[in-house]
Design a protein. Structure first.
Length: 301
C-alpha cells in the first residue's frame, strides 16, 4: 500500500474520531446506529478508538426489520459481547403488531421503508438527542447533501435546503426540545476508503461480504438472495451461485454481486476496478430517482 494512501486514511480516521468526540461533548444522550453493515462496523471501530481505554459512552441501536440476514445478526451479537457494548434492538415486527405501520404486500414487498417509524419511535422512547450514522456522501445524491451534523425537527424530518454551515469543522449542535441530530462521521469517505481502512486495520466483517454460495434469483437485472418469505414471479428461478454483498440491508432489498473475491485484498481490487456504484444493486433505490431523499425527509437513516 502506498504511503500517500496510508496518510489519506489516517486523515479520514482523525476527522471521524474528532466528529465522534464532538458528539460526546455536545450532546447529552447520543446513540450509534448499528446495522451490521461494513460502514457501521467501521464507525463502531472508530468509536472504540475515540474513547479507548474507556468503554463507549453511548449505546448501539439496531432497527431489526425481521428480514435481516442471519449472518448479520450473529455477527452483531458476537461483536457486542466481545467489546461489552450496550445494544438496544427495536423491531419493525413490533411496530406492525402495534399498528404503527402497515405490512407491505405484493411481489416487491419490503420492510425497509417501515424502519423509519420504528427508528423515530426508538429515538422518542429513549430521548436520544443525536444518532450517529454510517452514511457517506459518495453513496447516493441525497446523502451528498448532508452535513456532518444534520438537524432533524421535532417530527424527525430533514430539510436539505435549511442546513447549518460547517466552516473550519465547527459544528453547531444547538437544538430545541424534541429535536435531534443525525451525525455522519464517515461523510468524506468513499467506498474504496472504507475497504482500504478495513484492510489496514484488519477489521472483522460478516461472512456475507466474502464470496460464498447462496440461493438467489434475478429480478429486473438485480440478483437477490432467496428466502422462504419471498414471493417469486412466474419467470423467476432460484439457482445456487457464487455471490457476495457490497452493502447490506434487509434480504428483499440487498442486491448480490457475482464475484470470486474471497479475501480483503481481492475485494479492494474488485472495488477499485468496478464501474458499478455501491448502491447500484440496491433494489429499494430503484423505486424512483428521489426515493432516498423522500425517505430521508421523513426520518430515514
Amino acid at each position: 500500500m502506498k504511503r500517500y494512501t496510508l496518510d489519506h486514511l489516517r486523515e479520514l480516521e482523525t476527522e471521524a474520531i474528532y466528529v465522534i468526540r464532538e458528539v460526546a461533548a455536545q450532546f447529552d444522550n447520543p446513540v450509534l446506529l448499528f446495522s451490521g453493515g461494513k460502514d457501521s462496523i467501521v464507525m463502531f471501530h472508530l468509536a472504540l478508538k475515540a474513547f479507548w481505554p474507556m468503554r463507549l459512552p453511548f449505546p448501539l441501536l439496531h432497527i431489526d426489520t425481521g428480514h435481516n440476514f442471519p449472518e448479520t445478526l450473529e455477527f452483531r451479537d458476537k461483536l457486542v459481547e466481545k467489546h461489552g457494548a450496550r445494544l438496544i434492538v427495536r423491531s419493525v415486527e413490533d411496530s406492525i403488531k402495534q399498528g404503527r405501520v402497515k405490512e407491505e404486500t405484493g411481489i416487491n414487498a419490503t420492510r425497509n421503508r417501515l424502519q423509519t417509524v420504528t427508528l423515530l419511535d426508538a429515538i422518542e422512547e429513549f430521548k436520544f438527542d443525536a444518532a450517529l450514522g454510517g452514511a457517506r456522501r459518495d453513496e447516493e445524491k441525497a446523502r451528498a447533501k448532508e452535513r456532518f451534523f444534520s438537524h432533524r425537527d421535532e417530527f424527525g424530518q430533514w430539510d436539505p435546503k435549511n442546513q447549518r454551515p460547517e466552516l473550519w469543522n465547527l459544528f453547531n449542535g444547538k437544538k430545541n426540545y424534541g429535536e435531534h441530530f443525525r451525525v455522519f462521521p464517515l461523510s468524506n469517505w468513499t467506498e474504496l476508503d472504507v475497504w482500504l481502512y478495513i484492510l489496514l486495520e484488519k477489521i472483522e466483517l460478516p461472512s456475507l461480504y466474502f464470496t460464498h454460495k447462496r440461493k438467489a434469483f434475478n429480478r429486473d437485472g438485480v440478483w437477490l438472495a432467496w428466502a422462504p418469505f419471498m414471493k417469486l414471479k412466474p419467470n423467476e428461478e432460484v439457482v445456487e451461485m457464487d455471490v457476495r454483498t457490497r452493502t447490506i440491508g434487509d434480504i428483499p432489498t440487498t442486491g448480490l454481486t457475482l464475484s470470486k473475491a474471497s479475501t480483503l485484498e481481492e475485494i479492494v481490487y474488485e472495488i477499485a476496478t468496478t464501474r458499478t456504484t455501491e448502491r447500484g444493486s440496491r433494489f429499494d433505490d430503484k423505486i424512483s430517482d428521489t426515493s432516498m431523499e423522500d425517505r430521508k425527509r421523513d426520518g430515514y437513516f
